[in-house]
Write a protein that binds this ligand. Structure first.
Ligand code: ATP
Length: 436
């Protein structure tokens, strides 16, 4: 499949089936914003839930947090964002379009418009923070920023979390939430948006080279495995180390998890060893003590931080791309059942046979209590199967005439199209087993 073609197909499927729509579409849209429909909302919810399960619930050493989007502007001075959260911007002198100077593909695409003769200005720094105004007196409103990353909401609460829990280093604080960036060239569908969600772990460790690198390696591999465990093909994932000139001046190490997208290998998640940058800067700017006291060794220190920072929207997009397959007469989204929007669909074989509708309806209502379940009684069964394949539903249940006597149903598997009979009473445990 041609690569552009694949993206067009994904975008079209997302719109048609209710995964993702252009933001504020009826008003002509707003560049770089996207709205998730019924299936997209389920997919995103499932991704976040799986992340939270792995990163928080299953771990003794990680707790959750949920900080405000709006923060005191001093936070962004301390973190270095006010001065340094910039991308290089160049402007085409012919048509005044502005693009990011480090995005070769976007530049090439633009130069095609002017038949290879675009005339670019020198690159200048462009700050990505999105400003907002708060306050009730017109003319006296205060400028604040919509957070450019969710990270700082955790670091400014380091002491609060420490004092209100019994955590001991090493420990982590996980958070999921919206971030905003005035991206110069949003694009590639949801890949680069101006509003997006991040899922991050800030893991605090002893300020020791060896121990911190051991932790760093652990999280690097753990995060890569997470994407694989949810079905992304191994050959479509890679770890890439940042080059010297990409590294933030305080970073001790930085790698990206990249996905082999139709528009190139692209960052999906950043894995950063941030040293003591965040806490020591907040200590300096706030005047508050941000150190940790180790009761056992009686040492006092500012911990170092290992960060794993992924985008929920990028993950959703890459899961969709990776799962997309076409067979002779059907499109299938081979999503992991764990993140598929619907886990199961229930059909009466014929919509005009009340006994079938009644039994199917009862199964549907029972299963809905435990699984996100779809109902379909339109058209022929083959079409209903294909319709569910296209949105990634792993199992379809059909109630037919035999079901009335034998109290069993046909369960059809999305990927193999194989069918098996399962007792109605055993459907719940059957699905629980398959969705583990
Ligand atoms: P890029 O180099 O692509 O601009 P970045 O290195 O600035 O990304 P980080 O600051 O490390 O990104 O952000 C962590 C994660 O947040 C990224 O790996 C990505 O998944 C997500 N993310 C960042 N910017 C965007 C965006 N504009 N749209 C969607 N997701 C984003």
């Amino acid at each position: 499949m041609a690569e552009n073609n694949l993206m067009e197909k994904i975008v079209s499927l997302c719109k048609r089936r209710g995964f993702i729509y252009p933001g504020s579409e009826i008003y002509g849209g707003l560049k770089g914003t996207w709205d998730y429909g019924p299936l997209g909302a389920e997919l995103k919810f499932n991704i976040k839930q799986e992340w939270w399960k792995t990163m928080v619930r299953e771990r003794e050493d990680v707790v959750g947090a949920s900080a405000s989007i709006l923060m005191n502007p001093k936070v962004w001075e301390a973190s270095g964002h006010t001065a340094g959260f910039t991308d290089p911007l160049i402007e085409c002198r012919i048509c005044h379009e502005r693009v990011r100077a480090d995005q070769e593909d976007v530049i090439k695409e633009h130069e095609k418009i002017h038949k290879g003769k675009a005339d670019w200005t020198e690159a200048k720094k462009f700050n990505l923070l999105v400003e907002a105004k708060i306050g009730v007196v017109e003319g006296e409103k205060n400028s604040v920023y919509l957070r450019g990353e969710i990270t700082q909401g955790v670091h400014v609460n380091f002491k609060n979390i420490l004092n209100s829990s019994r955590l001991k280093i090493p420990f982590g604080v996980a958070q999921i939430g919206k971030a905003f960036r005035n991206e110069i060239t949003p694009g590639n569908f949801t890949y680069r948006s101006i509003e997006f969600e991040q899922m991050e772990l800030q893991y605090y460790v002893k300020p020791e080279e060896k121990e911190s690198m051991r932790q760093y390696e652990f999280w690097k591999n753990m995060r890569l495995d997470w994407y694989k465990s949810l079905g992304i093909k191994t050959e479509n994932l890679r770890l890439r180390e940042h080059k010297k000139d990409e590294l933030a001046h305080y970073a001790k190490a930085a790698w990206d998890i990249e996905y082999n997208a139709p528009f190139g290998w692209k960052e999906c998640e950043g894995l950063h060893h941030r040293g003591d940058w965040d806490l020591s800067r907040h200590q300096e700017f706030s005047g508050q003590d941000m150190s940790y006291f180790d009761e056992e060794t009686k040492e006092k220190y500012i911990p170092w931080v290992i960060e794993t920072s992924g985008g929920v929207d990028r993950a959703a997009l890459f899961f969709l791309i990776d799962a997309y397959e076409e067979e002779k007469d059907r499109i299938i989204l081979k999503l992991s059942p764990k993140i598929a929007p619907y886990k199961v669909a229930v059909f009466p074989l014929l919509a005009n046979k009340p006994q079938l509708v009644e039994v199917a309806g009862k199964i549907y209502n029972d299963l809905r209590k435990d699984f996100v379940t779809a109902w379909d009684d339109r058209g022929n069964i083959g079409k209903r199967y294909y319709s569910q394949d296209e949105i990634g539903t792993p199992f379809c249940i059909t109630v037919d005439f035999d079901s009335l006597e034998k109290r069993d149903v046909t369960v059809r598997h999305r990927d193999t199209t194989k069918q098996e009979r399962v007792k109605i009473d055993e459907l719940k445990s059957f699905l629980e087993e398959k969705l583990k």
